[in-house]
Design a protein around this ligand. Structure first.
Ligand code: PNS
Length: 162
């Protein structure tokens, strides 16, 4: 069974993330989406909120082979725990490339048997990030199209400056 792992902060889970999840779901028998629980970084959305966002988005596209979870510590340890042979990452601009080279080099050193595959973001999502969604939503701008439709209202309601 071919198992993939799509990790990230997903704070929040964007339309660009969903596009990668959808495309990667066709590549594996089972695809785990895993939310990073990073004790040194305070996310806006709780891990449970982010997990629910991914589950709702996957269900909205009727994706059947997705399991959503969370992990802390080293990614490759989680990959081994769930028997994933592949890590999936999305790539947008050159800045992502620089960042991903570093992560790839470290993960490869720690676990050479686990391969990372990169999916290019669709052009319409190439400048979309969780940070942009948070900023637009905080100042009351429309996040239509930036996050999966099924999560839009909940995310907008949480982000809006009070
Ligand atoms: O969506 P992000 O924030 O770019 O995802 C980054 C992530 C979660 C893939 C990366 O930070 C990670 O794997 N963190 C876990 C710690 C780890 O394994 N570090 C070693 C590789 S640098």
């Amino acid at each position: 069974m071919k198992i993939g792992l799509y990790p990230g902060s997903f704070d929040p889970f964007t339309s660009g993330h969903l596009d990668i999840l959808l495309r990667a779901s066709h590549m594996f028998d089972r695809l785990y989406a895993a939310v990073l629980i990073n004790i040194s970084k305070q996310p806006f959305f709780t891990a449970d909120e982010r997990i629910l966002q991914i589950e709702a988005a996957a269900a909205s596209l009727n994706l059947k082979n997705i399991t959503v979870g969370s992990f802390s510590g080293l990614l490759i340890n989680y990959a081994k725990e769930i028997n994933a042979g592949f890590i999936v990452r999305g790539l947008r601009a050159m800045t992502d490339f620089e960042y991903e080279i570093q992560i790839d080099a470290m993960n490869r050193k720690l676990a050479p048997e686990i391969e990372t595959v990169y999916l290019m973001a669709k052009p319409e999502y190439s400048f979309l990030s969780s940070s942009v969604v948070k900023e637009v939503g905080y100042f009351g701008g429309s996040i239509e199209g930036l996050v999966p439709e099924v999560n839009k209202n909940l995310i907008a309601e949480r982000l809006i400056r009070r």
